[in-house]
Design a protein around this ligand. Structure first.
Ligand code: URA
Length: 291
């Protein structure tokens, strides 16, 4: 174990590849990167039997023994990837202190400790939610400058005009700034437009079904964008996340990704491969097995 160094790469020891402890924990699937930091500062992480709370501390990935709450955390297992078709009425959190329904009850957490959702969907939003044990990849998928494209289908109130669609494409001003350019497709403008995917239908009311593909992930972004052009969202569904689609998964059900999908996910954030190789040298870790 090595204490934080102002110049991390210069501090690589000769006896084996090192990695920052919070990164090690995220890679090993103990938790997301941020949550790994919380585990450390809460004093729940030990290295070779000593509690480590200093965030920059490095571990020797071949020789150090890392534990969380006394349980050994190892690199090298294959990370897990699955997609859930999130139904309405459950929160995207693995722990709700108020005991409300959460996505945790819908995915196989007991079989895969460290599983967590990549990003969030609102309680009333349905659709594709990716889960993984690979905290490092999740961190990169959600990086503000490299968000993978996400396609949503929204049923909005009223007849959304082409000029509104154009405004959504070029960018609308929200209270946290202009939105980035988005792809927008009008799917159905009619008195009978209904949300696909089992979301609530509206009857006898003018409504528009519109698809939006965003490359950023601000809170309630689709709802705020549509409201900004005068068409509040009635129902919202996420159809795609980067290269991933649900492929027939029913609401409330999940499936594992196949190898091609995992490879496509890594390809969507290519610097994962570079970063991982630099950090781990020859040792390699689970998340590289799919490259
Ligand atoms: N945009 C929203 O407004 N809500 C979501 O759940 C996802 C994107």
């Amino acid at each position: 174990m090595h204490q934080a160094s102002p110049c991390p790469d210069a501090a690589l020891p000769s006896e084996g590849p090192t990695m920052r402890l919070q990164r090690y924990l995220a890679r090993a699937g103990a938790a997301s990167r941020r949550r790994s930091e919380d585990l450390m500062t809460a004093g729940r992480v030990t290295v070779n039997g000593e509690v480590v709370t200093e965030l920059g501390t490095k571990v020797d990935v071949r020789h150090d023994e890392v534990c969380v709450d006394g349980l050994l955390v190892k690199l090298g297992g294959r990370p897990v990837f699955l997609v859930l078709n999130k139904p309405t009425g459950c929160l995207t959190t693995m722990d709700d202190p108020q005991g409300r329904p959460t996505v945790r009850e819908l995915v196989p957490c007991a079989a895969h400790p460290g599983l967590f959702a990549v990003g969030r969907l609102d309680c009333d939003t349905t659709g594709l939610l990716l889960f993984t044990t690979d905290g490092e990849l999740a961190h990169r998928l959600l990086h503000p400058t490299r968000h993978v494209p996400k396609r949503y289908v929204a049923l909005v109130d009223g007849l959304l005009e082409e000029k509104d669609a154009q405004a959504l494409r070029t960018g609308v001003l929200l209270d946290d700034g202009m939105t980035r350019p988005a792809a927008v497709e009008l799917l159905d403008r009619s008195r009978h437009a209904t949300a696909a995917h089992g979301a609530a239908a509206v009857s006898g009311q003018d409504a528009t079904l519109v698809a939006l593909t965003l490359t950023e992930g601000r809170k309630r972004q689709v709802k705020r964008m549509c409201a900004a052009v005068g068409h509040p969202v009635l129902a919202l569904h996420r159809e795609r996340f980067g290269p991933l689609e649900l492929r027939g998964v029913a609401p409330g059900a999940w499936r594992y990704l196949d190898d091609d999908e995992v490879a496509a996910l890594y390809a969507a954030v290519p610097s994962v491969a570079q970063g991982a190789r630099c950090a781990t040298g020859e040792q390699g870790v689970s998340s590289l097995e799919h490259l």
